[in-house]
Structure formats: structure tokens, C-alpha cells
Design a protein around this ligand. Structure first.
Ligand code: GUN
Length: 281
């Protein structure tokens, strides 16, 4: 068996074409959607991600502003910058690229962004609403994964989802969103005993750990859907958390890296920004 690849790049392109029209419509009504991205320091991966986000905004007509701050920025300087953007009515979304330099407490920064501009969906109010199933900004990577699964007509209700990884950005929220879709969810992490025994039970296996090629054929039940959220660099090449060559022989569906989940993350960020602009309009 060879897995069907879930092409995030193609789906993202299709969604972005539809968004372009919506942006045009908003502009004709006098509202230009605006995203402010704050980049602190010189983390190379962060610089690359931020550039991709800005390029994506440009492509569909969202106005993006980049605020670049030095590695030595203090927490209070960053909070003041957020306060300024909270007040700026041309800004619909504020995104602070993570990780932040060690002198800054990430949670304090996340909590300073006004929930009405929290296009990352990281604010405790956004997370709380996601948990109770109220309408809110959903975190981009988890939301992108759910959209991809639905687009491929993969049934979620009653399915056993096993999430490997428990980060606030991906692992925890993706489990919650799939629980909201009536899946049965198990979380695994670095202290889980008998990982292989757990992952083998998954109808849908989500790898979000950040360890290159950690998920092997032996971890996967034949016919399972495997979603690879890893973006690891190995000898200059992008590499997922899933051993693609091994797992493609047992999975029914598999996301490639690159070209799987990644493009969907940015697409959901654009969607959240447009949604915020629509509320303003
Ligand atoms: N760093 C890695 N992923 C993300 C993300 O989705 N949003 C932000 N702000 N920072 C990140």
C-alpha cells in the first residue's frame, strides 16, 4: 500500500484565491485588512516564517506591517509596542513570532494582545472559547489540520486520534479541536510509557514533537491517517517528525513535509485576519 498524500500546498492555494476576492470586497467597502507582525531578535527560522507570512499577506491584498525589535528588547518595551498596536484601528491582527528571547515572559506577551486582534488564537480567552466551542480565533496550525482532514472527507466522529506532543501551539489545541469534532483523543508525550503501543491504536495519528523522523512504520496501524506537523532541518533539508519513506507504505493518508501542514498554517492566519477585518467593517 502507498499512502495518498494530503497536499496542503494545493489546498492553501485554492483557499487563498477565495480569500483574495473577500479582501477585494472589503477594500471596496473601505476596509483594508491589516496584520502587524512583531519579530524580536535574529532567530533564523523565525525570520523565514515571518517573511512567508508577509509574502502571503501581500499576495492576497492584506496590508502587513513588520515591527522588528532587537534581541535585547525588554519585556516592557515589547508590551508597549503591543499596546500601541492594540490601539491602532488599521491593525486587525497582531502576531508576535515565538520563541522570544529569554528575558521576555511569553505568556505575559500573549496575554497583552487584545483578544479581538489575537489572530494566533493563543490568548487564554481564545483558548477558553475554543474549549467550550464558542466562536473565536482558532490557533492556525491545529485549525489548518482540521480543514485538511475535512477537505479530504476523512471521517472524524468516533475516530481514535492520538496526538504525540503537548505544546500549547499545536499538540494541546489540535486534540481539543478534534474532540470538538467528536473524535476520541489520546495525548502522548516524552513521559508516555510504551509509545508504540499507544500510537498503534490511532485511526488518525498526529506527530507534533519536533524530533526528526521519530514516527516509524512500527508506530502506525495499517490504514491510519498520519499528519506530520514537524519542521526540522537536517543537513539543510526540511524534514518532518514522521519517517516518510517508511510510513507511506502503511498509512492510508499522509501529509508531506514540506507542502503538507505548513502552507495551511499561514492560510488560517490569513483567514483569521480577514475575519477580524470583517468584524471591524
Ligand atoms: N512560532 C512557531 N509557530 C508559531 C505560530 O503559529 N505563531 C507564532 N506567533 N509564533 C510561532
Amino acid at each position: 500500500m502507498t499512502a495518498i498524500l494530503l497536499n496542503g500546498k494545493e489546498l492553501a492555494a485554492k483557499k487563498r484565491e477565495q480569500m483574495k476576492e473577500k479582501v477585494e470586497q472589503l477594500k471596496s467597502q473601505g476596509t483594508v485588512p491589516g496584520l502587524a507582525v512583531i519579530l524580536v531578535g535574529t532567530n533564523q527560522a523565525s525570520q523565514t516564517y515571518v517573511r512567508s507570512k508577509q509574502k502571503a499577506c501581500e499576495q492576497i491584498g492584506i496590508h502587513s506591517v513588520l515591527v522588528e525589535l532587537s534581541e535585547e528588547t525588554t519585556e516592557s518595551q515589547l508590551l508597549a509596542e503591543i499596546d500601541r498596536l492594540n490601539e491602532d484601528s488599521s491593525v486587525d491582527g497582531i502576531l508576535v513570532q515565538l520563541p522570544l528571547p529569554k528575558q521576555i515572559t511569553e505568556q505575559a506577551v500573549i496575554e497583552r494582545i487584545h483578544p479581538s486582534k489575537d489572530v494566533d488564537g493563543f490568548h487564554p480567552i481564545s483558548i477558553g472559547k475554543m474549549m467550550t466551542g464558542e466562536e473565536t480565533f482558532l490557533p492556525c496550525t491545529p485549525h489548518g489540520i482540521v480543514v485538511m482532514l475535512k477537505e479530504a472527507n476523512i471521517e472524524l466522529e468516533g475516530k481514535h486520534v492520538v496526538v504525540v506532543g503537548r505544546s500549547n501551539i499545536v499538540g494541546k489545541p489540535v486534540g481539543q479541536l478534534l474532540l470538538n469534532e467528536n473524535a476520541t483523543v489520546t495525548y502522548c508525550h516524552s513521559r508516555t510509557k510504551n509509545l508504540e503501543e499507544m500510537t498503534k491504536q490511532a485511526d488518525i495519528l498526529i506527530a507534533a514533537v519536533g524530533v526528526t523522523k521519530m514516527i516509524k512504520e512500527k508506530h502506525v496501524k495499517p490504514g491510519a491517517v498520519v499528519i506530520d506537523v514537524g519542521i526540522n532541518r537536517e543537513n539543510g533539508k526540511l524534514c518532518g517528525d514522521v519517517d516518510f519513506d517508511e510510513v507511506k507504505e502503511v498509512a492510508s493518508y499522509l501529509t508531506p513535509v514540506p507542502g503538507g501542514v505548513g502552507p495551511m498554517t499561514i492560510t488560517m492566519l490569513l483567514e483569521n485576519t480577514i475575519q477580524s477585518a470583517e468584524r471591524r467593517a
